[in-house]
Design a protein around this ligand. Sequence first.
Ligand code: ATP
Ligand code: PRP
Ligand code: MG
Length: 284
Amino acid sequence: MPDMLRIAVPNKGQLSDPAVRMLVEAGYRQRKSSRDLVMVDPDNNTEFFFLRPKDIAVYVGEGILQAGITGRDMLLDSGAPVDEVLPLGFGGSTFRFAAPGGGRMKIADLDGKRVATSFDGLLRAYLDEQGIDARVIHLDGAVESSVQLGVADAVADVVSTGTTLRNAGMETFGDPILVSEAVVIRPTDAPEDPQIDQLLRRLRGVLVARDYVMMDYDVHAEKLESAVALTPGMEGPTVSPLHREGWVAVRSMVPRKDAQRIMDDLWRLGARAILVTDIYACRL
Ligand SMILES: Nc1ncnc2c1ncn2[C@@H]1O[C@H](COP(=O)(O)OP(=O)(O)OP(=O)(O)O)[C@@H](O)[C@H]1O
Ligand SMILES: O=P(O)(O)OC[C@H]1O[C@H](OP(=O)(O)OP(=O)(O)O)[C@H](O)[C@@H]1O
Ligand SMILES: [Mg+2]
């Protein structure tokens, strides 16, 4: 038996629940209480450590844990020797500048100003790259209040819906510094690991099961080529004979978001008995 795989999972914050949900969908056991710090899953020879999202890159970078789930923004902010190996499609956000009256500001206006953030590493790197000489004020959270309270002139912060900024009377300006989402990270130059490959295959399977549905339909053989052009599938659809002269049954994966439009198009083409079902799990 190989050593137990050790994986870091966010213990709180925006990424915690969706990360746990995804691991459960991938067949892993998860903690019962939000106070548990460690959870052993003997069936999968895996141990999960519940850690602060910002610390996860540090643990993985030190090689203590073989992989972790964190935000791309946190990974880059940490400067730890870790690589992003799989984007996970949740925890989507942008990292942006904002200030009162930001609508009329440019990034160059930050020269000589104070900018508050919880992501010093990211912000400093960006300011240096842009050649802007601003003072970085580190805050642990609730950064949006800093301007109103007079400790900063602008902020660089995580923006999702923009509600928090709006409520603080601020507007974003400049291009986003970074577009982020939850990602799986591994130590830089980590060796091949069959257990990690299996974890990643399972997570990719969850992503596909979420994004795709299975579509079945019957169509006249004469229309098969046009129908298949609408539902090309992953490696070509399965076509089986029907017990009805001149007709075939087709089965193909289609993107979930396009399913209704494809059903309409197939119907117009003369396809019938069009069925859509969820994919519970998959390995492609
Ligand atoms: N409102 C949001 N919507 C989506 N993703 C978000 C949102 N806020 C933060 N994130 C993302 O979630 C990740 C974790 O951020 P979160 O704010 O939960 O951690 P945190 O507040 O710094 O954690 P803690 O303060 O508990 O250490 C980051 O990658 C961030 O980009
Ligand atoms: O654009 P919005 O949809 O309003 O979301 C963005 C806010 O969400 C996060 O805060 P969180 O709730 O994690 O609090 P924190 O300041 O303690 O990190 C982030 O730091 C922003 O403040
Ligand atoms: Mg937060």
